[in-house]
Design a binder for this molecule. Structure first.
Ligand SMILES: [Zn+2]
Ligand SMILES: [Zn+2]
Length: 184
């Protein structure tokens, strides 16, 4: 089992490392598909399309590159969505269809607007939990810092509750949910 302090620090990830994680979210098939689509666009613009004049070469290069990049990005986006839906507990089939059917990436935009928060697992009993939960519904493991008086969520750095002014040090919350311990 992962030590609790390690789990707590990996949970509050900064935007930089979140970007790295998103890159690992792209499956291999979509990378291969992206390369194939890019190559196919080069093929279409340089061999399939008729060209008579040599002056048109820079334009053909540009068009092939632009279309190739566009289709490759689309393939990578599809791959990302196919993995992202799973960790959010959403319907993979439905959203993949949306992204493919709606033209010009509109499906993907709709997806990014409507997607649910990432599901994680309770470090104590492995129940699937949403990011908004304060406690695990199965084993009462405390996921987020809350005020002991009014039970609203507080930030890890708060010393007093912003809603009722309660002294949070009195709650005896687990140390992993407090930035300042009593010894300081
Ligand atoms: Zn649990
Ligand atoms: Zn409070």
């Amino acid at each position: 089992m992962m030590p609790r302090w390690k789990w707590a620090s990996s949970r509050e990830k900064d935007p930089m490392s979140a970007g790295d994680e998103d890159l690992r979210m792209i499956p291999r098939w979509s990378m291969v598909l992206a390369l194939l689509l890019f190559a196919a666009m080069q093929y279409i613009f340089h061999w399939v399309m008729p060209h008579h004049k040599h002056e048109m070469l820079p334009l053909r290069l540009m068009m092939g590159y632009a279309w190739g990049t566009m289709w490759a990005s689309y393939a990578l986006l599809l791959g990302y969505v196919s993995r992202d839906v799973k960790r959010r507990g959403m319907s993979a089939g439905l959203w993949m269809l949306m992204c493919v059917v709606l033209p010009g990436g509109i499906g993907a935009v709709v997806y990014f607007m409507l997607r649910q928060p990432v599901l994680s697992r309770c470090p104590n009993c492995s129940t699937e939990i949403a990011a908004t939960y304060h406690y695990c519904p199965q084993c009462q493991f405390q996921m987020a810092p809350v005020c002991g008086e009014c039970h609203r969520g507080v930030r890890i750095t708060d010393v007093y509750c912003t809603q009722c002014g309660h002294d949070l040090a009195e709650d005896g919350a687990p140390a992993r949910l407090r930035a300042y311990s009593d010894s300081e």
